[in-house]
Design a protein around this ligand. Structure first.
Ligand code: FAD
Length: 411
């Protein structure tokens, strides 16, 4: 293994390049990214960066000299167009061809878009990249009302920022409640109430049929003025954020004959069916012992970091730590810090304690603690990660009987 090529210079790609050097790897490392500039951190894009005045440089993981000192060749902006598995080469948009011994796909995901009338109007945003955040930040400054399509992590983080700026905010979702794919109904209700206390309005089971401009038309270039719903009502908004989830970037893998099914399919060592090619981060779909499915694809910093760190161990030593890291997530929504340890499922039993802004829901399967959702309870979140990893409870019966002090349960 002398030539490592990593496609995608986002969270997972950068973390892998750094971890390879930390593990003492002496071969060449080439990181290919289609975004301009240095690799950067996405979570602040919908949080502090969006609400603040920081310059883009504050988002960078490391300054340029880190790449020189660690002999990491960053090719950016540069797009990978094709993988030639027989020749062990990647063709790049610049016309260059990059040979590899090991190839890692860290291609991430891209936002889903809404293909409905009026989508081309100005003032309709999506949030994934630093330029997206800069555009949205500028638009926020001049807006008085905002509609958020999708009550997921990114949509609600934006909603909290917009409400704090004094905008009239309406959150619309096709589901019957907020964060329906990621948290329990109990936690979703607590989050919703916290947003409502900031003046935000929710419309659930919303069927959005289009966007319109002030004069009722929807010609490209006009500015959005309202979101139109199937029941013929309209939600006024001079700014719209569409946050309806993301789809994995699997096309390069598919085109070279690798298996892709909601992500690039890998084994528990992050390997595709070609032993020279691995995949990590948001674009990878692999086996798991957590949650209710046997395999999954996660979109989180924890997953990007853990998969990068473990793959670096595998590539440098042939093996990695035993076990399957506990998935965990966080989301900052105004004064609320939502944290999730573990993965819940639709039929979990739950036990809830606390109030809206100081909340905990424990989720159980077969009587065992599998997931803990907290709002503004960082200590319980950290304890939950350890309790779930070690499988030492509390059990459903104990929690129902009032044993909800997770820090005490660790002792
Ligand atoms: P990415 O970081 O998306 O990197 C993939 C890179 O590959 C991108 O730069 C992409 O442009 C590039 N690429 C794609 N195709 C090609 C190609 N053909 N050639 C070259 N380059 C290519 N997670 C959390 O855990 N907590 C949070 O609070 C949180 N907040 C978020 C807020 C926002 C606004 C967003 C967008 C994401 C957030 N996430 C959060 C998710 C987290 O950022 C991702 O899970 C993480 O970035 C995944 O890392 P990745 O390397 O797999 O993908």
């Amino acid at each position: 293994l002398n030539r490592l090529v990593i496609l995608g210079a986002g969270h997972a790609g950068f973390a892998l390049a750094a971890a390879m050097r930390q593990a003492g790897y002496g071969g060449s490392v080439t990181l290919v990214g289609d975004e301009p500039g240095l690799p950067y951190n996405r979570p602040p894009l919908s949080k502090a960066y969006l609400g603040g005045t920081d310059h883009e440089e504050t988002l960078h993981f490391r300054p340029a000299r880190f790449f020189e000192e660690n002999r990491i060749t960053l090719l950016a902006p540069e797009r990978a167009l094709r993988i030639d598995r027989e020749a062990f080469k990647v063709e790049l948009a610049s016309g260059r061809s990059l040979p590899y011994d090991n190839l890692v796909l860290a291609l991430g995901a891209r936002n889903r878009s809404l293909a409905i009338p009026g989508s081309e109007l100005t003032g309709i945003f999506s949030l994934r990249s630093a330029p997206d955040a800069a555009g949205l930040r500028a638009a926020l400054a001049g807006a008085r009302s905002a509609a958020v399509i999708g009550a997921g992590f990114v949509g609600l983080e934006f909603a909290a920022t917009a409400a704090a700026r004094g905008l009239a905010v309406t959150v619309l979702d096709a589901a019957p409640r907020a964060m329906s794919r990621v948290v329990s109904p109990e936690t979703a209700a607590a989050i919703q109430r916290c947003h409502e206390s900031l003046g935000t309005r929710f419309v659930f089971n919303a069927q959005i049929t289009g966007f319109k401009a002030r004069d009722g038309t929807a010609s490209p270039g006009d500015r959005v003025n309202a979101v139109r719903l199937a029941d013929d009502t309209a939600v006024q908004a001079d700014l719209v954020l569409v946050g309806i989830g993301a789809a994995p970037n699997g096309e390069l893998a598919e085109a070279c004959g690798l298996e892709v099914s909601n992500g690039i399919v890998v084994d528990n060592g992050y390997r595709t069916r070609d032993p020279a090619i691995s995949a990590i981060g948001d674009c990878a779909h692999g086996p798991t012992t957590h949650g209710h499915a046997r395999s999954h694809r996660l979109e989180s910093v924890q997953n990007a970091n853990d998969s990068a760190r473990r793959l670096a161990q595998i590539l440098t030593t042939g093996a990695c730590d035993a076990g399957d890291p506990i998935p965990w997530f966080w989301s900052d929504q105004g004064k609320m810090k939502l944290q999730i340890a573990g993965l819940g499922g639709p039929n979990d039993a739950t036990v809830t304690t606390g109030s809206n802004a100081d909340h905990m829901t424990m989720r159980f399967r077969g009587g065992r603690l599998i997931c803990v959702e907290t709002i503004n309870r960082a200590g319980d979140h950290m304890a939950a990660r350890r309790l779930i990893a070690s499988g030492i409870g509390p059990s459903l019966a104990e929690a129902q009987a009032g044993a909800c002090d997770l820090k005490a349960a660790l002792k």
